[in-house]
Write a protein that binds this ligand. Sequence first.
Ligand SMILES: CC(=O)N[C@H]1[C@H]([C@H](O)[C@H](O)CO)O[C@](OP(=O)(O)OC[C@H]2O[C@@H](n3ccc(N)nc3=O)[C@H](O)[C@@H]2O)(C(=O)O)C[C@@H]1O
Ligand SMILES: CC(=O)N[C@@H]1[C@@H](O[C@@H]2O[C@H](CO)[C@H](O)[C@H](O)[C@H]2O)[C@@H](O)[C@@H](CO)O[C@H]1O
Length: 342
Amino acid sequence: MVLVRRRNVKVFTFAFLLITIMSFLLNYTHQVTTNTWDPRHLIMQFSEQVQKLLKYPKRPCSCRTCISELGRSLWFDQRFNSTMQPFLTSQNALIPEDSYRWWLKLQGEKTPKNINDTLKELFGIIPGDGDPLQERGTFTCRRCAVVGNSGNLRQSQYGQEIDSHDFVLRMNRAPTAGYESDVGSKTTHHFVYPESYKELAENVSMILIPFKTLDLHWVVTALTTGTINFTYVPVPRKIKVKKEKILVYNPVFMKYVYENWLEHHGRYPSTGLLSLMFALHVCDEVNVYGFGADSKGHWHHYWENNASAGAFRKTGVHDGDFEFNLTLTLASIEKISFFKGR
Ligand SMILES: CC(=O)N[C@H]1[C@H]([C@H](O)[C@H](O)CO)O[C@](OP(=O)(O)OC[C@H]2O[C@@H](n3ccc(N)nc3=O)[C@H](O)[C@@H]2O)(C(=O)O)C[C@@H]1O
Ligand SMILES: CC(=O)N[C@@H]1[C@@H](O[C@@H]2O[C@H](CO)[C@H](O)[C@H](O)[C@H]2O)[C@@H](O)[C@@H](CO)O[C@H]1O
């Protein structure tokens, strides 16, 4: 009797362990979705999962390849720093002195307000707890589309494909209405600075890229008193964005992009490069659309004939050629996919 009970306990324990290990391995890639109870099929799946697990003991995502998996390109591994934090939050709002000094020079602000007071005021109004996009609790494959503003999107018919991503990141004055078949209609995150602000749909997260203290202060006033209406050009006094939807790009991350990736080319990174680098650090798969100058090397737009498209080359604020080559290099090592448009 005791012997039979012991054997039952052993069988039960063995079955329990087998089921636990199997379900762990089957869940490991999230790719096994259909359940068939054919034993041969199960054994094959089991051995496939074991092989993957042995090859990549701690995969960060369930995509075919994950951006943050190192060991594919030395060039990439030497530049990519997964500890860098793309968002400025109330938790990391103490900007180190060297980063602050660098950032302060970007637009040569003459009499900046105290940065700590400004951030305290800002995070007293917006939550400052980062973005759920960054929460990596569940083991998934985050597919992101980064959509630049290039005229090469005209007649591209990329719309549906862009909208199929989990996250769609757009920037500056980029419209979708009227251009859906080429650029899509979905936006989850929109990068702006005061001078490029456009009204956003209610469900879109606004990511402010601050290039000066005044930009941070502008968010405060644009949500309250409406007192700032000019920086180096006129800017909107008020913005219609829910406080919970406002996120802030981290100046420390900006410096990292400038040093590690841009290798000090140009005065500071463009919004396109900042968005792309942001995506590399928060997404598992990144597909890039709307990047590429016209035949004169100017940054033409898909929705307008922008007369000042070449201004950045004259002032040297951005090194468009270096940035473009960087994007192509990332594509050549298959860290991103680049869609060149027309
Ligand atoms: C006159 C001027 O200052 N133009 C700048 C404009 C302007 O301030 C905003 O559009 C205002 O809404 O902003 C910029 O950029 P812009 O808004 O033109 O474009 C966003 C990003 O898309 C990529 N791009 C754009 C056009 C093009 N033909 N090829 C591209 O690759 C680039 O990566 C670019 O960064 C900016 O913020 O970076 C950079 C531009 O130089
Ligand atoms: C064309 C140019 O050099 N304009 C600069 C302006 O640069 C723009 O800054 C934007 C952020 O505020 C964004 O980075 C855009 O891509 C840039 O073209 C600023 O540097 C401004 C500061 O006073 O000076 C203008 O001459």
